[in-house]
Structure formats: C-alpha cells, structure tokens
Design a protein around this ligand. Structure first.
Ligand code: HXC
Ligand code: NAP
Length: 290
C-alpha cells in the first residue's frame, strides 16, 4: 500500500456531516471535497464559476456516490456567502463545517502592483475567509451547533515572502483569524484550525506562480528536504481529520504539511546540503586547525 495516496480515516468518519468548501471546484478544494464525500459527508462547493462547479459536482457524485450542492458565490460579497449558507441548509438541513480554501494569487514585484491588484488578493483571501467565518459563526452560535472551521493558509503566513506580498499579508491575517476565533468561539464548541501546505501541484497555483519555463528554473522539489511535492491525498487526509470529531480537542492550531520546506529555507546553514560528501574531509581538517 502507498500511504501517500491512500485514504486514512475509517469508513463513514464524516457520515451525516455537511461541509462547505470555498474554491471547491478545482485543485486542492476538489481533492479535499472528493475525500470528504468518500467518508460519507454531504458537500457544498462554491466559487465564482458555476460551470466549473457543476462539472466538478457531477464528477464527484459519479466517483463517490455522495451528494454535492454547487452554488456560485464570490466570497468577497457577504450577501452571496449568506445565500450559500441558506441553500445548504435548505438542501441538507444543517451545516457542520467550513473550509476556507478559496484564494487568489500571482507573482509580481510589489512596486508593479496597482492598489486594486493588492486589494483584490486581500479581499478574496482575508475578507473572503472573514465573510464565510462570520456567516457560519453567527448561524452556529444561534443554532447551538458545534461547527468547525478549517482555513487553508501557506507557510509564508509565518515568514512573509517576497513577490507574493498581498497573498502573504492576507494569509497572515487568516492565521490571526484562526487563533483569534479559536479563543473566542471555543466556548460555543466551535473549533477553528488551519493547514499550511507546502507545494502541492495544481493548475490554478502553478499557472500563476510558475508560468512558462519558470517551472524548470524554479523546481519546488529542490526546496523540500524530502525532495518531492505533496500528494493531494496527504492533504485530504489531514483536512478530513481536522474537520472530523477525531480532532475534537485540537483548536487554534496550524498544521504545516510541507515536507520540511519552510524550515529548510530558514536555517542559516541549511544550504550546506550543496557541499559534496567528498569535501567534508578537507572541511573538517580546516575547521579543526582553526
Ligand atoms: C499584476 C495583476 C495580475 C498580474 C491581475 N492583476 N493579475 N497585476 N500582475 N499577474 C491586477 C489587475 O490588473 C487588476 O488591477 C486586479 O489585479 C484585479 O484583477 P482582475 O482580473 O480584475 O481580478 P479577478 O477577476 O477578481 O481575478 C483575481 C485574480 C485571478 C487573483 C487576479 O488570478 C484569479 O481569479 N485567481 C483565482 C485562482 C488563484 O489565484 N489560484 C492560485 C492560488 S495559489 P487593475 O488595477 O488593473 O484594476 C496560492 C498558493 C500559494 O495561493 C503557495 C503555493 C506554493
Ligand atoms: P486553485 O485551484 O486556483 O483554487 C483556488 C480556488 O479559489 C478556485 O476554485 C477559484 O474558483 C476560487 N476563488 C478564487 N477567487 C474566488 C472568489 N472571489 N470567490 C470564490 N471563490 C474564489 O488553487 P489551489 O492550489 O487548489 O489552492 C487552494 C488553496 O490552497 C488556496 O487557499 C491556496 O492559497 C492554498 N495553497 C495551495 C498550495 C499549492 O501548492 N497548491 C500551497 C499553499 C497553499 P473561481 O475562479 O471559480 O472563483
């Protein structure tokens, strides 16, 4: 068995739960949603492009036998978020979990950005996550439902990153949202956690972050101590655990799943990995002499 591509949780681990995933029609949202369905959940997927959502919903239902509601929504608009919640309740009776996965991003020197370009990313990532969390939180508190929020952030939410500054600011904000809501809404039984993924290939991210031949020049694999990128199922396993009751005492946590990538970038001497093994004898002699 290859554990990296195999579902981890027991059958029916999410049976009876209804989960909303923003940006659920593509990429990692689609992979997480497919696994949630396999575990018995009802799924609501939402993003701006209804045709993409409908196509994904059809594929997911055929693959898993589960039920998927596809609703168009721009997470920047609170009334559209409220409409998703309304339709989800009408269809499935209640909602148990929210995955804030929708995002916008592209690489650019910051000084080349218009104010609107910067705001667009902040609005999708930070304001969108706030809008969805607020709508769901109000509903859960009023209905006394112990809901759970899972935010998909990035490792540069901790470190910052050049060339994706709007995204770094926004994801840093979502990390603060995660910890703040965990502390405030825990008393209502609402848990809020985050996942910080390293590189998991998707079309949406790769087209905007590694366009053209950058894919050869900037190979993410070389940045990761494990020398590979993530498998979508590995992320889906972690996400399913965090939205399930099996993680019931985890609240306010951010779990990194990046093969050690961000620490590799952080350690001052980590680049010594490039020293060939044969050179270490002479280096040792030199350091002993010193
Ligand atoms: C500079 C740009 C730009 C670019 C857009 N803009 N692309 N500026 N360089 N490449 C500017 C526009 O000119 C405009 O400013 C403003 O940004 C808004 O652009 P619109 O196209 O009107 O916005 P919108 O239709 O809302 O599209 C949002 C988007 C787009 C973010 C620009 O790329 C998108 O829809 N993305 C969704 C999917 C996505 O990004 N997925 C990747 C997530 S990856 P002006 O001033 O002209 O009006 C991720 C992972 C990170 O987050 C970690 C990976 C390892
Ligand atoms: P993706 O396929 O491009 O997913 C982004 C999704 O967000 C799309 O489905 C998009 O759909 C939706 N979206 C964008 N703007 C929206 C808006 N205003 N309202 C509603 N939905 C909107 O990219 P991905 O790689 O799967 O990324 C998923 C998440 O993982 C993101 O939060 C990203 O930051 C995070 N992440 C990814 C990686 C990676 O290596 N892939 C690494 C770290 C973190 P529409 O265009 O139809 O709206």
């Amino acid at each position: 068995m290859n554990e990296t591509t195999t579902g981890m949780l027991r059958d029916n681990a999410l049976k009876g739960k209804t989960i909303i995933i923003t940006g659920g029609g593509t990429g990692l949202g689609k992979s997480m949603g497919t696994y949630f369905l396999k575990l018995g959940a009802n799924l609501v997927i939402t993003s701006r492009k209804l045709d993409v959502l409908k196509q994904t919903a059809t594929e997911m239902e055929a693959e898993t036998g589960g039920k998927v509601l596809a609703v168009a929504c721009d997470v920047r608009k609170y009334d559209e978020v409220e409409n998703v919640l309304k339709q989800a309740i009408e269809t499935f009776g209640r909602v148990d979990a929210l995955v804030n996965n929708a995002a916008g991003n592209f690489i650019s020197p910051t000084e080349r950005l218009s104010a609107n370009a910067f705001s667009s990313i902040i609005d999708i990532v930070l304001k969108g996550s706030v809008n969805c969390s607020l709508a769901l939180g109000k509903y859960w508190i009023a209905e006394k439902i112990p809901g759970t929020i899972l935010n998909i952030i990035t490792t540069y939410a901790f470190t910052g990153s050049a060339y994706v500054v709007p995204s770094a600011c926004a994801k840093g904000g979502v990390l603060a949202l995660t910890r703040s809501l965990a502390a405030e809404w825990g008393r209502h039984g609402i848990r809020t956690n985050a996942i910080a993924p390293g590189p998991f290939p998707t079309k949406g991210a790769w087209d905007r972050l590694l366009p053209g031949d950058m894919i050869e020049k900037f190979d993410f694999k070389n940045r990761v101590p494990l020398k590979r990128m993530g498998e979508h199922q590995e992320l889906a396993n972690l996400a399913a655990f965090l939205v399930s009751g099996f993680s019931g005492y985890i609240n306010g946590e951010v779990i990194t799943i990046d093969g050690g990538e961000w620490l590799q970038g952080a350690g001052q001497f980590n680049a010594l990995e490039m020293v060939p093994a044969a050179m270490w004898d002479s280096i040792e002699q030199a350091t002993r002499k010193a």
